[in-house]
Design a protein around this ligand. Structure first.
Ligand code: MBD
Ligand code: FE
Length: 281
């Protein structure tokens, strides 16, 4: 149980690994021919790199022990979602006409509690962070409002921590499934999240340090928006001018996904409107 542990790479990594194991996945029957092609090409790309750079036995052993450690830290979901998922998403959604999507990442939990069309996300008393009113409308590509669309939202808190993947946070903190009204409208009261830092004490953190990279994702809201007869969209929204919007370690920022919130009329923080356009199924 993560609530009894420290905020370590292994605690969040193993929670992400368990969460992935619980996920309902489509059964895929990949043909022998396709497995052969994909795995052969992947290996042959690695062989080329070894030859080109004359990789040594000592370096090969470092690779082996690092790969073993990624598994022990439970950081395969983190590693894959940070460095590969964006291309899978690009290929999967290249023909969409509606709103842009981006990667899901390792910290989605399905079935967050349902909330009405105007709602405050579950949060602690005096939750730190600038209050944010995030509002908009879900429509179909033909402009039809999507009555009762589901707007699933999950985000880090003001310290960059996600509930259920860091210790000491209420189970559904800053997570919810908002049910849009009959016009597809929603109004979500939340706080602006902090940027997310890849844990520095795990194998992904070690790789980042060894390669001289930085460990940051820009502050972001995660969303999944769905409605009957339409393709679910998985996306993230970022904040204009925020740190690392221009150099996300996961390369998951797109220009269409950047919000520019303005001070709310009632002085209670910031507000922003963003509409979701869903492709037909
Ligand atoms: C995150 O919060 C995230 O969204 C991704 C994609 C990877 C690591 C942490
Ligand atoms: Fe995230």
């Amino acid at each position: 149980d993560i609530t009894t542990e420290a905020a370590t790479a292994a605690a969040s990594g193993n929670a992400a690994t368990e969460s992935f194991a619980r996920k309902q996945r489509e059964a895929v029957a990949t043909s022998t021919e396709r497995v052969n092609t994909l795995v052969s090409e992947l290996l042959s790309a690695a062989h080329d790199i070894i030859r080109r750079h004359k990789v040594t036995y000592a370096e090969y052993d470092v690779l082996k022990s690092w790969l073993i450690q990624v598994g022990q830290d439970g950081e395969w979901p983190l590693f894959l979602d940070v460095w590969l998922e964006r291309v899978v998403e690009e290929v999967a959604n290249e023909n969409r006409e509606g709103s842009k999507g981006t990667i899901e990442g390792p910290y989605y939990i399905p079935d967050a509690p349902h909330l009405p069309a105007e709602a405050t996300l579950p949060m602690r008393e005096n939750e730190a962070g600038t209050p944010l009113l995030f509002q908009g409308q879900a429509t179909s590509v033909d402009g039809t409002p999507l009555s009762g669309a589901l707007v699933e939202i999950w985000q880090a808190d003001n310290e960059g921590y996600y509930a259920q993947f860091a210790p000491g946070l209420p189970e559904w903190n800053l997570r919810g499934t908002v049910v849009a009204d009959d016009q597809g409208n929603f109004k979500i009261h939340t706080i602006e999240p902090a940027p997310y830092q890849i844990p520095t004490d795990g194998s992904c953190g070690k790789l980042i340090a060894a390669a001289g990279w930085h460990a940051w994702r820009p502050a972001h809201l995660h969303l999944k928006v769905s409605a009957p007869g339409h393709q679910l969209i998985t996306t993230q929204l970022y904040f204009q001018g925020g740190s690392h919007v221009e150099d996300d370690i996961a390369s998951a920022v797109k220009p269409e996904l950047i919000l520019d919130p303005k001070p709310a009329a009632d002085g209670s923080g910031n507000e922003v409107t963003y509409d979701f356009v869903l492709d037909k199924a």
